[in-house]
Design a binder for this molecule. Structure first.
Ligand SMILES: [Zn+2]
Ligand SMILES: [Zn+2]
Length: 339
């Protein structure tokens, strides 16, 4: 009885508290958004702990901040830029297929309207041959090889969203939407990484890696200077430095891996699940069907993306044949891989 008497009011109180929180902050009523918010808060806290320890316990660093304010300012700027980049990437759209469809429909409608206004007779020239999303997407897939059954729109229709997926798109079960140029769903960022934010993601890993290296150097400098002074602080510093080292190894590997993906114009999903993607199954292993050469891939990744909804067609059988020709010494000298 006493137990029940104690428990019931506390549950009511917690319910009332959560109701009040949901009223004040509507985003907290959604469990997915709540967990994303918790994750973001945890990330900010982690950065504050790792950076804060240096400022609180490292007297030499504080002295250096007074003597060389530029050094500390650049370090703090890197911390702020990394956090801003995290929120920027986390809040950006990876490029959803439904948004691309909406943009396509808008462009088609405006084209049709201008075509009608140009035509004096008022005859809708496009009306006889309407371009719809399904037709446009299906044109991006090469025809099935002779002897094999022809592919239909149904083959590429998502069973969850019921949209026809262009090449490189995949349904994400966490976002519950089809994502263009799907790479992976990042739990750390709470969003998918796709065509719209892969570049931002790469920059975020780079900045986080640089911050990890710089913070690690500061920790090592502190431990070298005051190893026999305050052992408790030293122990905490060593534990934090160990965590930092593990994070750095992970970040460096991730940075290298994503740099390789960028240079070869691949996604993590295409690399890992190549055999499960119907249109990639028959392509030789060392051929990257969407690659335009290392330099062009890099340029497209960094600068040439005019729209987050731009689509990439699959190469024709002839183009694939050219791509699969083995490299010769002359190809290496003439940098065939770059152009
Ligand atoms: Zn879908
Ligand atoms: Zn997702």
């Amino acid at each position: 009885m006493t137990m029940m008497g104690c428990c019931v009011p506390s549950r009511d109180t917690s319910d009332r508290f959560s109701d009040r929180c949901s009223t004040l902050f509507p985003c907290l009523s959604d469990p997915v958004r709540r967990s994303t918010l918790c994750l973001r808060l945890a990330l900010v806290m982690l950065h504050l702990i790792f950076v804060g320890f240096i400022f609180i316990f490292d007297q030499d660093f504080r002295q250096r901040s007074k003597d060389q304010p530029l050094y500390t300012s650049i370090y703090l700027l890197l911390v702020v830029v990394t956090l801003v980049q995290y929120f920027f990437t986390s809040g950006s759209s990876p490029g959803y297929v439904v948004d691309a469809m909406r943009e396509f429909a808008k462009t088609e409608a405006s084209l049709r309207a201008s075509e009608v206004s140009k035509n004096r007779l008022g005859e809708n020239l496009l009306g006889n041959n309407p371009m719809n999303w399904t037709k446009m997407v299906m044109d991006m897939y090469p025809p099935a090889p002779p002897g094999q059954p022809a592919t239909s729109a149904r083959t590429y229709t998502c069973t969850y969203c019921h949209v026809v997926q262009p090449p490189r798109a995949k349904h994400c079960h966490d976002c519950d939407r089809c994502v263009l140029q799907f790479d992976h769903h990042c739990v750390w960022l709470g969003t998918c990484i796709g065509q719209g934010n892969h570049c931002r993601f790469w920059w975020y890993i780079l900045e986080e890696t640089a911050l990890c290296i710089w913070t690690g150097i500061l920790y090592i400098e502190y431990l070298q200077a005051s190893f026999d002074k305050a052992w408790l602080v030293d122990v905490i510093m060593i534990i934090l430095l160990s965590i930092l080292s593990i994070a750095l190894i992970f970040l460096l590997l991730l940075l290298l891996f994503h740099s390789y993906l960028v240079v070869t114009n691949q996604t993590t999903y295409e690399l890992v699940r190549r055999r499960r993607i119907p249109y990639m199954r028959n392509i030789p292993e060392r051929v990257y069907p969407f690659s335009k050469g290392a330099c062009r891939n890099l340029y497209n990744f960094c600068f040439a993306r005019t729209s987050v909804h731009a689509l990439e067609p699959l190469p024709s059988a002839h183009e694939l044949e050219q791509m699969s020709v083995p490299y010769t010494c002359l190809d290496v000298i003439s940098c065939r891989c770059c152009c």
